[in-house]
Design a protein around this ligand. Structure first.
Ligand SMILES: *Cc1c(COP(=O)(O)O)cnc(C)c1O
Length: 398
């Protein structure tokens, strides 16, 4: 079957909630992927940062195969020999007290919201049903009804009401707005260290530090959504480290499995997660031995193979090169590590056409919103490969 035939199948049988580029991939290795017609592409999206470790990383693959042949799922009705080790290694690496394993990113966010609300009632003493959580404009935390209910993106909400109450929206990057929005019933503040889906929006320097101080002073739980920014993407294990802060709760997902399997987690620095008693919350697949084994290796290779440092080094180099492109179309280049956004002027005609032109030159990336090209290759990219990518960006943008 060829590309057009695969696309026709999707069109006939699938829900059309995505509009992918017309490339049908069948194989991946590191930063490279191949389509069904045998063409090779550099992957500069990394499945929205889920394959930070590169496609089909051999060590994660080996773990996946070995564990899949041994034991995949026990449910949490019984214990398994991977979960405890996963907890220990994850918490030691991220300097967390305890963790909660889930599957998708959205589930981690939902779990965090549940824990923080319960903490508000049981510990902070907020009157039942009155807990408020503050979130930011242009946030992206997933696609459940509760989460899209506090999105400010009209399309994400359209047609899905009624929504869960108890959320208040403030501008992103504005610590004073947080200070002003807090009431005695505020239990938590949910924020992305860099807003990924909003178009790689980097807040002003010191923002997270101010936010940390305000949350501590006002007894509000600081929740950082590091599902996209975490696990090395920005050149640190967690993006919050750039500001030298530790959130009370941190959500990770995506690259936690290196792209092999949906694995997410809520990390807790305080005892907020400790409010859960047996039966309060759960997931059939959360904490299963296959997920835990895969995640353990995915974390190990991230550290052992120097991917975080490489993201910092190659990210700085790539960003410098992008800033030097002389192009009438580029409005701004921004980001941290290997999470980079190139914003085009509105007159450039939209980022999509540039992504399509890049695809023809063997480089895959995806527009976010109208005018931003997101560049986020796997963290294993080397300098000469960055140079090759730059040739393609220059050819298309200059
Ligand atoms: C991708 C993402 C999510 C949602 O993760 P899913 O696995 O798609 O549910 C949540 N928050 C952020 C910041 C993300 O980038």
């Amino acid at each position: 079957m060829n590309t057009q035939e695969f696309i026709a199948l999707e069109k006939k049988w699938g829900a059309t909630n995505y509009k992918p580029l017309d490339v049908v991939l069948e194989r991946g290795d590191g930063i490279w992927v191949w389509d069904v017609d045998g063409n090779r592409y550099m992957d500069c999206l990394s499945a929205y940062s889920a394959v930070n470790q590169g496609h089909c990383h051999p060590k994660i693959l080996q773990t996946m195969q070995e564990q899949a042949a041994k034991l995949t799922l026990t449910s949490r009705a019984f214990r398994n020999d991977q979960l405890g080790l996963f907890y220990k290694e994850l918490c030691e690496l991220t300097k967390s007290h305890i963790a909660l394993p889930m599957n998708s990113g959205a589930e981690a966010v939902e779990s965090c919201i549940k824990a923080v609300r319960k903490w508000g009632y049981k510990v902070k003493g907020v009157p039942e049903g009155q807990a408020e959580i503050i979130v930011c404009e242009n946030n992206f935390h997933g696609r459940t009804v509760t989460i899209v209910g506090f999105s400010t993106e009209a399309q994400y909400r359209d047609g899905y009401a009624p929504f869960t109450p108890g959320f208040k929206v403030i501008p992103y990057g504005d610590a004073q707005a947080l200070e002003d929005a807090i009431t005695p019933n505020t239990v938590g503040f949910l924020v992305e260290p860099i807003q990924g889906e909003a178009g790689i929006i980097v807040p002003p320097p010191g923002y997270l530090k101010d936010v940390r101080r305000i949350c501590t002073e006002r007894n509000v739980v600081l929740m950082t959504d590091e599902i996209q920014t975490g696990l090395g993407r920005t050149g640190k294990l967690l993006a919050e480290e750039h500001d030298g802060v530790e959130a009370d709760m941190t959500m990770i997902g995506k690259a936690l499995s290196g792209g092999f399997y949906p694995v997410s987690a809520v990390l807790s620095n305080t005892e907020v997660l400790g409010v859960f008693q047996p039966g309060d919350h759960g997931s059939t697949f959360g904490g299963n031995p296959l997920a835990c084994a895969v995640a353990r290796t995915a974390l190990r290779v991230l550290v052992e193979e120097g991917m975080i440092e490489n993201a910092a080094r190659q990210g700085e180099y790539l960003m410098g090169c992008l800033e030097r492109i002389e192009s009438p179309h580029i409005k701004e280049v921004r980001g941290k590590g290997l999470l980079i956004g190139v914003e085009l002027h509105p007159e450039a005609g939209g980022a999509r056409q540039y992504c399509e032109a890049l695809m023809k030159r063997g480089l895959l990336c995806k527009e976010t919103h109208q005018n931003v090209i997101r560049i986020a290759p796997p963290l294993v990219i080397k300098k000469d490969e960055v140079d090759w990518a730059m040739e393609q960006f220059e050819a298309v943008l200059a």
